[in-house]
Design a protein. Structure first.
Length: 302
């Protein structure tokens, strides 16, 4: 829907801005044989890999897929298994598509910029100085080519050859960047076309379904927020004798030292039985203990 397009656009813009800042403040080609390739590929690939992992981690569908469990009472039939496989493939493709927005943007922008590619492959340029061909060994030639990304390290007599090599590499890098963008755009378009062709819903029905899913999630989140607040309120009331925001509080409960110790500390989600969990130490205390103890009466007039 529109929300997905807007979210992807924001991710792409933030990635472009981050790449420009990252390049300006951190990138400095070593201009040394054997190090240029590792350095350039690291700046190209490692941020893209990190962005891909972050894209997977920030997608709620990823955790729904990992943490979702099939009910014990559901019968496993061949049709159910086929439907489940189709759904799994669809969800994985959807998650991967969203996760690839940032890393693909990073790769495309860095390739169009050209600096990383020039640094990585300068020593492997298959040319012999474009007319400047001193009698040097292959090792010495690689060493000289490796210095080409750093203008201040290139001898004056090789300045023109250096400029031509840099232009060649920048051309290759920018062509690769635009080809990557073209491949991604065509793939996304064809994917949407195939998904529409195989969808059992008509166009308007699909729009209605998308709207329903969006509204259902919003309403569920609102209900879950209110439900959890009301549920927690009962436990807070039991411990303190009142809830925040109450008017005309006539008495408050004074918890004992043992009770304070019971709700303090660290706790994980605790399974009580096959159907229920304790969400916190206060929750565990409220379910197990009686709300007896000392109460202090509050004067109505402050």
């Amino acid at each position: 829907g529109k929300e997905v397009i807007i979210a992807n656009a924001i991710i792409a813009i933030l990635t472009i801005g981050g790449q420009q800042l990252f390049s300006f403040f951190t990138f400095s080609c070593p201009c040394h044989v054997g190090q240029n390739l590792i350095y350039g590929l690291a700046f190209l690939g490692v941020p893209a890999l990190i962005l891909l992992i972050v894209g997977y981690a920030l997608n709620s569908q990823t955790w729904r897929l990992i943490m979702g469990k099939r009910p014990h009472f559901e019968r496993v039939t061949s049709s159910n298994r086929l439907l489940k496989c189709k759904l799994l493939c669809f969800v994985l493709c959807s998650i991967t598509g969203r996760a690839l927005v940032a890393p693909v943007t990073w790769l495309a922008v860095t390739l169009i910029n050209g600096s990383y590619y020039i640094c990585a492959v300068s020593e492997y340029v298959p040319v012999y100085y474009y007319g400047a061909a001193p009698n040097v060994t292959a090792t010495e030639r690689s060493r000289i080519l490796a210095t080409f990304p750093c203008r201040q390290l290139v001898p004056p007599e090789l300045a023109r050859a250096r400029d031509e090599v840099i232009l060649l590499l920048r051309y290759q890098s920018q062509v690769a960047g635009w080809l990557l963008i073209a491949v991604v755009v065509i793939t996304v378009f064809l994917s949407y076309c195939l998904a529409s062709c195989f969808s059992p819903l008509s166009f308007l029905h699909f729009r209605y379904w998308s709207s329903y899913v969006h509204n259902e999630q919003e309403l569920f989140d609102e209900a879950a927020e209110q439900h959890s607040r009301l549920y927690a309120m009962q436990h807070v009331r039991k411990f303190f004798g009142f809830v925040p925001g109450s008017e005309n509080v006539r008495e408050i409960r004074i918890p004992s030292l043992r009770e304070w110790q019971a709700i303090s500390g660290l706790a994980f989600l605790k399974r009580v039985d096959e159907e229920h969990y304790d969400y916190s130490l206060l929750h565990d205390w409220a379910l197990k203990e009686r709300a007896s103890g000392r109460y202090l009466r509050i004067d109505e007039d402050p």
